[in-house]
Design a protein around this ligand. Structure first.
Ligand code: TYD
Length: 393
């Protein structure tokens, strides 16, 4: 047994299961435990949640709802167009088309198992397969569209339980000199920021360059470049090619692998220490909320993220401590947070009036939010965060 458990985040709900009623009769919970594979260096959930429970027609996350993300995808598409020959593009996990809509190449194809989202892009004339990513689908797409010179996947490969098959399915469709780009939260950043909320049902894995590199050893592909990104609280963008491909390998690949080695990404002791820091974070965050409650402060939540679901349920934070959440995503509004049952409201203009503290569920958008909420801050409103450690801002 190579997998060693190092973190137990307790009973957790499906993060995407925003509730219609505050006290549902039956809500699905599972034990969120995290393990480290000593051989592959992969960090993953111990118990995977069945994909159909998470990715279905009620999926709430709409990537195009955030200005930061819209701009980021527009810039990325411009950059990729310049850097690579992008005659044909496939996106795995195309959400509502926020990335693909920037291309008018001959062959643009999306894959998105959440039917509500696939419908949006299909209606915008982007051919979208509403299936899970696997070898069968890859073969079907190959028959209908041939090879692709760019295959892009942001925040999706880490959701796929059978990684070996997912990688082989990509290899099957990638042109000889094609590029496969993966973007996912970075394990180094999780360790540095103590952002344990990157662990939740959908994030079956949190990748490092080390584990991706080991994973690719099972195929005929390799990493040729890595970019560090600020999105989703710190992500890596891996550029992958076929070994026979003509791209040159950038020296930052070795540099990143060495950096990871230095912070102990290959050693179980690193994760055991992280686990102790997570427990400390829980106690400290709870104390902050307890104190504010004692002092009768009005506290709300800002951004009902999937990440925050892990924090709320792990730290036992509910309506005793947080009056309501505000969130710009329409299909979260009027619902209740999974497991913690906190109401989610639309951020109407005066909603922050008389609010004293707002817990940053969307801490990854801190700058965008601080910019937007200048008035709240100027009139004495404060924010609470748990990243990199529990504190009031
Ligand atoms: P996201 O970054 O996708 O995090 P996760 O993957 O953990 O769910 O979600 C950000 C959420 O925050 C999304 O529901 C929109 C919300 N949000 C606001 O309500 N107001 C804002 O100003 C911003 C930037 C985000």
């Amino acid at each position: 047994m190579n997998k060693i458990e190092f973190l137990d985040l307790g009973k957790q709900p499906i993060t995407n299961n925003f509730l219609d009623t505050q006290y549902p009769k039956d809500e699905f919970f599972y034990n969120l435990k995290v393990v480290f594979d000593e051989k592959s260096k992969l960090v993953s959930l111990k118990n995977f949640v069945p994909p159909e429970k998470m990715f279905n027609e009620t999926y709430a996350h709409r990537a195009s709802m955030s200005k930061t993300m819209r701009i980021a995808y527009k810039n990325l598409s411009d950059k990729l167009k310049k850097k690579f020959n992008t005659e044909s593009i496939l996106e795995i996990g195309s959400n509502d088309g926020v990335f693909l809509r920037n291309f008018n190449s001959k062959n643009v194809v999306g894959v998105e198992p959440c039917k509500n989202l696939a419908e949006i892009t299909n209606s915008q004339s982007i051919k979208t397969y509403d299936n899970f990513w696997d070898l069968n689908l890859s073969k079907k797409i190959h028959k209908e569209h041939g090879n692709f010179d760019l295959i892009y996947s942001a925040n999706t490969i880490s959701h796929i339980h059978d990684l070996n098959e997912a990688i082989l399915a990509v290899e099957n469709l990638l042109d000889k000199n094609g590029t496969f780009v993966i973007e996912d939260p970075s394990l180094s950043e999780v360790l540095k920021k103590n952002s344990y909320d990157q662990f939740y049902d959908e994030h079956a894995y949190v990748f490092s360059a080390t584990s991706i590199s080991n994973l690719l050893n099972l195929s005929d592909m390799e990493i040729f470049d890595i970019e560090k990104l600020s999105t989703h609280g710190g992500s890596n963008r891996y550029f992958i090619k076929k070994k026979i491909g003509n791209q040159t390998i950038n020296e930052n690949v070795i540099k990143t692998l060495n950096e990871e080695k230095e912070i102990g990404i290959e050693r179980i002791e690193t994760y055991q220490k992280f686990s102790l820091n997570v427990k400390k974070s829980k106690d400290e965050l709870f104390k902050i909320f307890e104190n504010l409650k004692k002092n009768k402060k009005r506290v709300i939540g800002y951004g009902a993220t999937y990440k925050s679901s892990t924090v709320l349920n792990y730290c036992n934070l509910n309506t005793d401590f947080i009056e309501f959440f505000i969130d710009t995503t329409e299909n979260k509004q009027g619902k209740f947070t999974p497991g913690s049952h906190i109401p989610i409201k639309k951020p109407l203009p005066d909603i922050l009036k008389n609010v004293n503290y707002a817990y940053l569920g969307a801490w990854n958008f801190k700058n965008e939010i601080f910019e937007k909420e200048k008035e709240y801050i100027e009139t004495g409103g404060k924010f609470i965060t748990h990243v990199p450690k529990p504190m009031i801002l």
